[in-house]
Each structure stands twice: as structure tokens, then as C-alpha cells.
Design a protein around this ligand. Structure first.
Ligand SMILES: Cc1cc2nc3c(=O)[nH]c(=O)nc-3n(C[C@H](O)[C@H](O)[C@H](O)COP(=O)(O)OP(=O)(O)OC[C@H]3O[C@@H](n4cnc5c(N)ncnc54)[C@H](O)[C@@H]3O)c2cc1C
Length: 385
């Protein structure tokens, strides 16, 4: 289907597809089975992603990034969705909150991250504050020369291994609920420890960790952005994260469909390829339609972000809701077409099926996306289409 991609966008698509196939897919099965990615392998793949010109593809030109429009970024993300989570992450996308690094913070933190010399994590969620992140309790108590962080974060991607963590905490302020502020916590800082690693359903080789701050001293030089800017820094990035997740899910679903088509053509039953059965054909057709619907929404959302015309947040939520729900249903049908072998960990289908589930939760659950879409509808009033 022609989605109006220019030749330049098709080049990004091809470049990423080749990188995924040549550099990442060969490691997928071993990383998934071991539930671990060797740090040396990860570093090597990051280096290759830098050489390919893909690492940090979300970064603006003023910090040395390519300054790509969002439509190019989703085209790249879609291709990265064709490989497992820990491997696609080697094509790094530093959190945009790090762009708030000022002065020496840029040399100490931002630029080493962009050169893949340091890894990052973003810590917002807490046991009592998920969708309602504004309720977070981790405190940052002002003290001489900095702050003492006190509290617990959980479900933090790479929280166990990151060199630098952007941590959102509440600085007490008289007469208010406090000022949510971002801090750069570096591995090894006194009072910072990793609690449990959460056992989980999928995303093997990609760890989610609990983080404990027990009067962890963070020097004033590690405050990121201004006092009270924490939630803005966290949420300023939200449209990019959501449309990226949506694009990833489109790529993942496309892979599941391609595998299912291949299987349907070669698997025999009742003396015919199962592709000859209408029951199978209809499943394939429904999968293709659902993928194209979500892809169209993802590209439309990215183009809306680029043009800034229209309700960006709502269209991004539509794309995220559509693609994350769609990939679950497509993976389910693909597994059905594979029959018993789809359930076995011998094809990527089983991995895609379990990995797909998380996307309906992270970066704002499906219900939160619906809230955003409904809010835009109700604010705009009738006849807004
Ligand atoms: C794989 C994965 C990776 C993650 N990585 C990170 C990370 O790196 N950093 C980080 O900070 N966090 C991370 N998270 C946490 C993630 O952001 C939260 O899980 C998510 O925001 C949901 O919060 P919660 O789990 O506390 O669920 P809750 O907020 O408790 O929600 C529970 C249920 O209530 C529903 N609900 C809540 N509010 C409403 C409402 N207003 N209307 C309707 N329904 C509602 C939700 O949709 C959900 O169904 C990750 C999570 C996962 C699964």
C-alpha cells in the first residue's frame, strides 16, 4: 500500500531493515532463550548502529543528531519492531528529557550517551503512582550542596544496569504539594540501590527493576531542568514515545503476518496447503487490514506531529491505542495459523505473542489513550471531524 513515503524515507526504511536482518536477528533466539544480552554484544551492536548512522536517530541536529522529522522516525521504528526488544534497543534512542542537560551536564552526561558510552533509564513510575504519575511520593529533600532522594521506583526499564537515570522526585515546598523535579542519578551514588528485578511475561533480555533511594545524595549539579519542571520533562516526550511504540507494534505485527503467510503456504493438511482453506485466508485478510489501518494512523500521527496542525495528542493516542491492541490480535491469529508449532518456542511467533502484551500498558495504558481521545472529542464539541 502506498503511504506516500518519499524516496528518502524509503532509504531509511531499507537501511533499518538491512541493519535489523544482518546485525540483530542473528542474535534474537539466543538472547531470548538466555533472558540476557551480553553487555559486550550490546556495546558492539550499539557501535554498529552508530556506524550505520542509526543510533540516536531521535536526536535534534543541535546536539549532533540527524534532526529527522517524526515521519522518518516512525519509519525507522517500524522496522525496529521486527526484532525483539533487547536487540532493537541497541539502536539507541536517548530520552529526550536529557536535552534539558545544560553546560557541563552536556559533556558529562548527554554527549557520552549519544556516543553510546553511557546507558540510560527513565524512572517515573512508583508502586502507588503509575497512570496517575502526579501522585508520586519519592522525595528530594534539599540539603547542603544538593538533595537527598528518598523513595522507591518500580518497573523501570534498564534500571538495574543504566549508568545514568533520570529520576522524577518531589521537592517539598511550603503551601504546595511540592515541585516535581528531574534529577540525574548516576550508578554507584551512595544511597541508591537496585531492589528486585521484576520477573515478567516477555521482553526477555530486557530487565525491569525496582529502584531504592535511601537518602541518596544527589549534588545540585545533577538537577535536570528547573525546579518543578519534572513532569513537563517526563511528559514533554510522551507523544514521541507513544507514536514510536505504535510504529514498533506495526512492524511487529507485519512480521507476524509475513511469517503466517509463509507458514500457510507450506503447511499441508488434508492433502492441501492450509492457505487453501478459507478459514485461514480470512484470518490473513483480517490481519492485513488491521495492520494497514494502524499503519495509516501511525503515519498520520507522525505527520500531524511534524506539521503541528490539529490535536497532536489525540491523534497520537489513536495511533497508540490502535496499534498496540492490533498487534495482540494479529499475534494471536498468527499463532493459530502456526498451530502447535506456534505455541512452541521454536519460531518467533511465541515470542511475538508474549512480547506484544506489554505495549497496551507502558507509555500510557489503552484506557488512558481512550481518555485522551474522548477529552479531545468532548472539548471540540460536535461536527469537529
Ligand atoms: C514493559 C514495561 C516497561 C516499563 N518501563 C518503565 C520505565 O522505564 N519507566 C517508568 O517510569 N515506568 C515504566 N513502566 C511502568 C508503566 O509506565 C506503568 O505500568 C503504566 O503507566 C501503568 O501504571 P500502573 O502499572 O501503575 O497501572 P495503574 O495506573 O495502576 O492502572 C491499573 C489499571 O487501571 C486503569 N486506569 C488507571 N487510571 C485510569 C483512568 N483514569 N481511566 C480508566 N482506567 C484507568 C489502567 O488503564 C489499568 O488498566 C513500564 C511498564 C511496563 C509494563
Amino acid at each position: 500500500m502506498d503511504h506516500g513515503l518519499t524516496d528518502e524515507l524509503r532509504e531509511f526504511q531499507d537501511l533499518t531493515r538491512r541493519f535489523v536482518q544482518k546485525e540483530l536477528i542473528p542474535h534474537e533466539r539466543a538472547v531470548d532463550a538466555a533472558d540476557h544480552i551480553d553487555p559486550a554484544l550490546r556495546r558492539d551492536l550499539c557501535k554498529r548502529a552508530i556506524e550505520a548512522g542509526l543510533f540516536g536517530f531521535n536526536m535534534p541536529a543541535d546536539v549532533g543528531g540527524p534532526g529527522l522529522p517524526y515521519i522518518a522516525q516512525v519509519v525507522i521504528r517500524e522496522q525496529l519492531g521486527q526484532v525483539s526488544m533487547p536487540l532493537q534497543e541497541t539502536v539507541g534512542r536517548p530520552p529526550r528529557a536529557l536535552l534539558a542537560c545544560k553546560g557541563e551536564q552536556r559533556d558529562r552526561i548527554l554527549y557520552p550517551v549519544l556516543r553510546a558510552e553511557k546507558t540510560t533509564a527513565f524512572a517515573l513510575t512508583e508502586p502507588q503512582a503509575g497512570s496517575d504519575a502526579g501522585q508520586l511520593k519519592t522525595a528530594a529533600i534539599p540539603t547542603e550542596g544538593g538533595f537527598l532522594l528518598r523513595g522507591t521506583k518500580h518497573f523501570i526499564s534498564h534500571g538495574d544496569s543504566a549508568d545514568v537515570l533520570v529520576v522524577i522526585a518531589r521537592v517539598p515546598q511550603e503551601g504546595t504539594d511540592g515541585a516535581l523535579t528531574a534529577f540525574l542519578v548516576e550508578k554507584g551514588m551512595k544511597g541508591f540501590s537496585v531492589g528486585r528485578i521484576h520477573p515478567k511475561m516477555g521482553w526477555r533480555g530486557y530487565q525491569l527493576a525496582e529502584l531504592v533511594f535511601d537518602d541518596c545524595f544527589v549534588p545540585a549539579a545533577n538537577q535536570l531542568g528547573g525546579l518543578g519542571e519534572g513532569l513537563r520533562l517526563a511528559m514533554g516526550n510522551i507523544n514521541e514515545s507513544r507514536v514510536g511504540v505504535a510504529a514498533h507494534c506495526v512492524g511487529m505485527a507485519q512480521r507476524a503476518l509475513d511469517l503466517a503467510v509463509g507458514q500457510a503456504k507450506q503447511r499441508m493438511a488434508f492433502n492441501r496447503a492450509i492457505a487453501d482453506f478459507q478459514g485461514i485466508q480470512w484470518m490473513l485478510a483480517d490481519m492485513a487490514v488491521a495492520i494497514e489501518q494502524s499503519r495509516a494512523l501511525v503515519y498520520a500521527a507522525a505527520r500531524t506531529m511534524d506539521s503541528k496542525a490539529g490535536n497532536v495528542r489525540s491523534v497520537v493516542s489513536m495511533a497508540k491505542l490502535s496499534a498496540t491492541e492490533m498487534v495482540g490480535s494479529v499475534a494471536d491469529k498468527a499463532l493459530q495459523i502456526f498451530g502447535g508449532s506456534g505455541y512452541m518456542a521454536e519460531t518467533p511467533i511465541e515470542m511475538i505473542y508474549r512480547d506484544a502484551r506489554a505495549f497496551r500498558i507502558g507509555e500510557g495504558t489503552s484506557e488512558i489513550q481512550r481518555n485522551q481521545i474522548a477529552r479531545a472529542l468532548l472539548e471540540a464539541g460536535p461536527a469537529s471531524a
